[in-house]
Design a protein around this ligand. Structure first.
Ligand code: SAH
Length: 247
């Protein structure tokens, strides 16, 4: 079980940030809103003076930042994973606006770690990264100019998280908060998808010559369902049973 609770259970994850100044701006935005857990996945340049300058008095957040090589490491153990996107993607995903995101994050962070993932300045998050997420969040900007500066995007989302915490007590209890079993972790889900794909190849349901979007759609389905650890173990057992028949 997670030892942290509430607002300390929320990770802001920045993927492959190019400009260290933006990392500092994010640290400042987070500290203003009471968030503290910063994860940096393969930053281009960090530590860096520009980050410290832009962080102002939030340099403690930079000092405590966790640097990882992969996104999977940064979101490991998180029961709720939310990715941000400045534009529409080809296969639509369950989508929040920042307010709904803040409420969801507030509700679930008392039970398990939550990740809010932000992308590269030039290209945002890759599809394979967005497909690890239970939900996406889009800040409803001017459609003709939809992309915010990275630190500005973190500011908007973390402001809504703070507002949801301030309104705490007036919100509905989410179903998952009172759940009996812990949610499956990202690592367990990635093993599960690997197993599912190999089973579906074994049955001939996926044709390796024309895989199309099958795994993407199945990832979206399971991210909507959000299996707990026991449900996942049952599913793995079912797949192993099918594997025996198709061997
Ligand atoms: N050109 C990129 C934009 C990247 S902006 C693209 O098309 O995806 C850098 C990051 O800031 C994004 O990955 C996202 O995390 C965040 N961001 C910027 N604008 C946003 C918006 N309107 N809604 C949600 N996140 C946004």
């Amino acid at each position: 079980m997670a030892t942290k609770t509430g607002i300390d259970n929320i990770r802001v994850v920045l993927v492959n940030t190019s400009h260290p100044g933006n990392i500092g701006g994010v640290a400042r935005a987070m500290k203003n809103m009471g968030l503290s857990q910063l994860y940096l996945v393969g930053p281009k340049r960090f530590p860096a003076d520009e980050a410290v300058w832009r962080a102002a008095s939030a340099d403690d957040i930079l000092d405590n930042a966790v640097v990882t090589e992969t996104l999977d490491e940064a979101i490991e153990g998180c029961g709720l994973i939310i990715g941000t996107s400045a534009r529409e993607r080809r296969i639509p995903w369950p989508l929040f606006d920042p307010r709904q995101c803040g409420e969801k994050v507030q509700q679930e962070s008392s039970s398990h770690p939550v990740a809010l993932i932000f992308g590269r300045e030039d290209r945002g998050l890759k599809n394979e990264e967005l497909q690890k997420c239970h939900y996406h969040v889009h800040i409803p900007t001017n459609e003709e100019y939809s992309s915010l500066n990275l630190a500005a995007a973190v500011q908007v989302v973390s402001y809504e998280v703070r507002m949801a915490f301030l309104a705490q007590g007036q919100l509905d209890r989410s179903v998952i908060r009172d759940w009996d079993i812990e949610p499956a972790s990202n690592k367990e889900m990635e093993h599960f998808y690997g197993h599912l794909e190999s089973t579906l190849l074994g049955t001939g349901f996926i044709d390796p010559a024309t895989p199309r979007q099958t795994m993407t759609r199945l990832r979206r389905l399971f991210n909507r369902i959000r299996m707990d650890k026991m449900e996942l173990a049952m599913f793995r057992g079912i797949l192993s049973g099918i594997d025996k028949l198709t061997k």
